[in-house]
Design a protein around this ligand. Structure first.
Ligand SMILES: C[S@@+](CC[C@H](N)C(=O)[O-])C[C@H]1O[C@@H](n2cnc3c(N)ncnc32)[C@H](O)[C@@H]1O
Length: 261
């Protein structure tokens, strides 16, 4: 077993892999994920919606001229990885999880445009100053920073808004932030059970309201249609929007650093 990989503790990256139907998970991950599925059966759909949101937003960023991406909390390699959505772009994948780093280096590291960096979002300065990051990303040019399904693992005691301000501080005008986050508004009764499962996992889960998630875009110009239920973010014409009626429980949006500081 690679160093640092603990198989007996449910791991949030591997639980997510299980929701997505992946094979990179162990019994402890599957048992914990099944408990969450009992409480929120639609979580598999949410995970897939989140990957689809990644595909649409990264495509949008590429159309807007972004050719360098920083994907923090990248997760285990799966479908729609950023460098597959935008072949040829520079991509730095960051995660603090040993399982993710081992798989990432094995699968993604063979691509010369891809860099894998070990880093913890709760210490953004270290991520930004990492020599491999500095070698790959030119922060004098617009960059796309992705924070997908990671901020709900960052508790308020780690100052999530301060973390976002630090990231925004290095983003040149024209840079884009893509963020998705579970919101409890639509399923408040589910929060306690889910929090209990994740309290025994590699990262605790933080419940936030839609209003709190919208605040994370402070200082960015949010593009249309705003911070919305993921399937509703610029859906591919002709596709249905599943769970449209259930309210917003996995929200996301895209914010731009404006030219006028
Ligand atoms: C639910 S997965 C999301 C994966 C991918 N971003 C996506 O949305 O499909 C969350 C990822 O964030 C990582 N993560 C959680 N807390 C982190 C932190 N403080 N710093 C870096 N990565 C973190 C986990 O290891 C995991 O790979």
């Amino acid at each position: 077993m690679p160093k640092g990989v603990q198989t007996h503790i449910p791991n949030v990256a591997r639980m997510y892999d299980y929701y997505l139907g992946g094979k990179d998970n162990f019994p402890a991950d599957r048992q914990a994920a099944e408990k969450v599925l009992e409480i929120i059966p639609e979580i598999r759909h949410s995970a897939r919606s989140n990957r689809a949101f990644l595909g649409r937003t990264v495509g949008f960023l590429a159309e807007s001229g972004i050719d360098q991406f920083l994907d923090i909390g990248a997760g285990l390699p799966t479908q729609n990885n950023v460098h597959q959505v935008v072949p040829g772009a520079r991509v730095v994948y960051v995660d603090n999880d040993p399982t993710v780093l081992v798989h990432g280096r094995a699968i993604l590291g063979k691509n010369e445009n891809v860099t894998i960096v070990e880093g913890d979002l709760r210490r953004p300065g270290e991520i930004l100053e990492h020599p491999d990051m500095r070698a790959a990303i030119d922060f004098d040019r617009p960059v796309g920073i992705l924070l997908l399904a990671i901020m709900h693992f960052v508790p308020d005691t780690d100052d999530p808004l301060g973390i976002l301000a630090t990231l925004r501080g290095v983003m040149a005008p024209g840079s884009h932030l893509v963020l998705s986050h579970v919101a409890i508004d639509a399923r408040p009764e589910a929060a306690e059970g889910v929090v209990q499962v994740y309290d025994r996992a590699s990262s605790p889960f933080v419940t936030r309201t839609g209003k709190e998630i919208v605040r994370m875009f402070d200082g960015f110009d949010v593009v249309e249609p705003g911070v919305v239920n993921l399937p509703e973010w610029r859906p591919v014409p002709g596709t249905a929007v599943p769970y449209k009626g259930v309210g917003s429980y996995f929200l996301g949006g895209v914010g731009v650093v404006s030219d006028v500081g």
